[in-house]
Design a binder for this molecule. Structure first.
Ligand SMILES: [Zn+2]
Length: 111
C-alpha cells in the first residue's frame, strides 16, 4: 500500500499514466511544499522533521502505555481466566487507540 508522504494515510491507486501519487490530497502536497521551503530557511536536512516538545512527549507517553499493556497481555495470556483476559485485551485496545490518535503535527521537513 502506498502512503501519503505528508500524513501517512493510504493513497488510492493511480489512474492512468503519469507520476505515481505521493500525497493523498492536494492540500497535503501544498503543506509538503511549504514545509520544504521552511526547512530550507532553517537549514534542515532531507530527513529532518520538527515537532513540538509537547507532541513528542505525548507520543512517548502513549507508546509507554502501549508497551505496558502489551506486556500485560503477554503475561496474562499464559494462565489467565477468560474474564481477566478480556479485561486485559480491552486495556490493550484502549492504549492502541490512544497511540494511534496521538497527533504528531509536522511543521517542517527537509524532504
Ligand atoms: Zn495525506
Amino acid at each position: 500500500m502506498t502512503r501519503c508522504a505528508w500524513c501517512g494515510g493510504a493513497i488510492g491507486k493511480n489512474s492512468g499514466r503519469g507520476r505515481p501519487k505521493r500525497y493523498c490530497r492536494p492540500s497535503h502536497r501544498q503543506r509538503a511544499y511549504e514545509s520544504r521551503r521552511l526547512a530550507t530557511t532553517r537549514g534542515l536536512e532531507f530527513d529532518d522533521v520538527l515537532i513540538s516538545r509537547s507532541s513528542l512527549e505525548a507520543h512517548r507517553d502513549q507508546l509507554y502505555l502501549l508497551e505496558a499493556a502489551y506486556e500485560d497481555v503477554l503475561t496474562d495470556s499464559v494462565d489467565a481466566t477468560a474474564p481477566q483476559m478480556l479485561k486485559t485485551v480491552r486495556s490493550l485496545r484502549r492504549s492502541v487507540e490512544a497511540a494511534v490518535a496521538c497527533d504528531l503535527e509536522i511543521r517542517a521537513t527537509g524532504a
